[in-house]
Design a protein around this ligand. Structure first.
Ligand code: GLU
Length: 415
């Protein structure tokens, strides 16, 4: 069976929430379309003297609640429908967290691992220039996502600033600290996922310390969540990256695995572990399963084999609607992406505020605010789920969609 199209998945989830809210037809249709979509094809001079054409996207799903916010993804898999889905999820995520942002996403179809640092910089600067007609600290603020990092954000900030003639740090978040980035931003998504898992344990009456955790993905999110949950006394029993995974029922030290991955380029081969495939990591015995890679990983095909009691979505869209129904039927609690991984955009918001005010907070202040917002939003969603007798995903979407729909109704349709 071909993988489910992410945009179809996002629309399906939206319709469920819209039905619960009995949204009026006009509002429902407005929110089911991305507000604007930019597709760019641009040349990059390669190291061997040749010129290659790359395709990039920037999609604004909804600017109703404020400047659009969302990451930029570099991956061979990037397609318009994937970017559309990720942009819609950003609208709901920001609305759910009560951040004054709309939702956007961008991407370039490329394999960043196959590009030299020079090629990556030229690609980034040209892409940033191409999307600069949409980008700006008051209009659209990018951030890192799969395949991009703080250095890529630095090139985007520099390119935008060169065109303006002065430094504009607030145009992008997830930057290096030396140019206006925020302390605590690089671990923020993982920290938020850890907090969501801890709150889910509380909701379920499960012990958190000593619980077994499997993490799919060992990038910015997966590595941090494994490290932070390990520090809370959880046992990390399985980890994977794009090349494959490792399983150790007695538990792993994520910091040692990171060291190994830095030396060898992959987690596989870490001493004392059993090699497993990337998809097998999802099916190993554990209490918490944390998909922290890409969308469409837990599907109608493998959901019945998930052994975890709780799935905490570090990635965006890792569980298909079909898998959601199977997991719910089996009593598996799913903490949805727009709640579980919202720590990233929440600290991005703190970074943007700090840049606009040129007033910087301590790491303690950042983590305290993040903790408070994550816990209160988790409780709000859990209470709504109990009241409406729905799962956490539907509850989170109901809360988010109603906030955007209210703003849209209050503002009215222009002209
Ligand atoms: N790419 C991250 C996400 O999917 C962060 C977005 C941001 O900080 O703007 O939530």
């Amino acid at each position: 069976m071909p993988p489910q199209d992410p945009w179809e998945m996002a629309l399906q989830q939206f319709q469920v929430a819209a039905d619960h809210l009995s949204l009026k037809r006009g509002i429902r249709e407005c929110l089911a379309y991305p507000h604007r979509e930019l597709v760019v094809h641009f040349p990059v001079g390669m190291d061997d003297g040749s010129v290659r054409i790359f395709t990039g996207y920037r999609v604004h799903h909804s600017p109703v609640l404020g400047p659009t916010k969302g990451g930029i993804r570099y991956s061979p898999e990037v397609r318009l429908n994937e970017v559309r889905a990720l942009a819609m999820w950003m609208t709901w995520k920001s609305a759910l967290m009560h951040l004054p942002f709309g939702g956007a996403k961008g991407g370039v179809t490329c394999d960043p691992r196959q590009l030299s640092p020079g090629e990556l910089e030229r690609l980034t600067r040209r892409y940033a220039t191409e999307i600069s007609i949409l980008m700006g600290p008051k209009s659209d603020i990018p951030a890192p996502d799969v395949g991009t990092n703080a250095q890529v954000m630095a090139w985007i900030m520099d390119t935008y600033s060169m065109h303006r003639g002065y430094s504009v740090s607030s145009v992008v978040t997830g930057k290096p600290i030396s140019i206006g980035g925020s302390v605590g931003r690089s671990d923020a998504t993982g920290r938020g996922v850890m907090i969501a898992a801890r709150e889910a344990a509380r909701l379920r009456g499960m012990p958190f310390a000593g619980s077994r955790v499997a993490v799919q993905g060992f990038g910015n999110v997966g590595e941090a969540v494994a490290r932070l949950m390990h520090a809370q006394g959880c046992r990390i029993v399985a980890l994977s990256d794009i090349y494959g995974g490792i399983y150790a029922p007695e538990g792993l030290d994520p910091i040692a695995v990171r060291q190994h991955a830095r030396q060898t380029g992959r987690v596989e081969g870490f001493p004392g572990t059993e090699p497993v495939s990337n998809s097998e990591v999802l099916e190993r015995p554990c209490d918490f399963l944390i998909p922290a890679a890409i969308e469409g990983q837990i599907t109608g095909e493998n959901a019945a084999r998930v052994q975890a009691a709780v799935v905490v979505e570090g990635a965006n869209g890792p569980t298909t609607p079909e898998a959601d129904a199977i997991l719910a039927g089996r009593g598996v609690l799913v903490v949805p992406d727009i709640l579980a991984n919202a720590g990233g955009v929440t600290v991005s918001y703190f970074e943007w505020v700090q840049d606009l005010q040129s007033w910087f907070w301590s790491e303690g202040e950042i983590n305290e605010h993040l903790e408070r917002i994550m816990v209160s939003t988790f409780n709000r969603v859990a209470a709504l789920a109990a009241e409406r007798r729905v799962g956490l995903r539907t509850a989170a979407l109901i809360a988010a969609v109603s906030r955007v729909a209210d703003a849209l109704t209050t503002r009215g349709i222009y002209p």
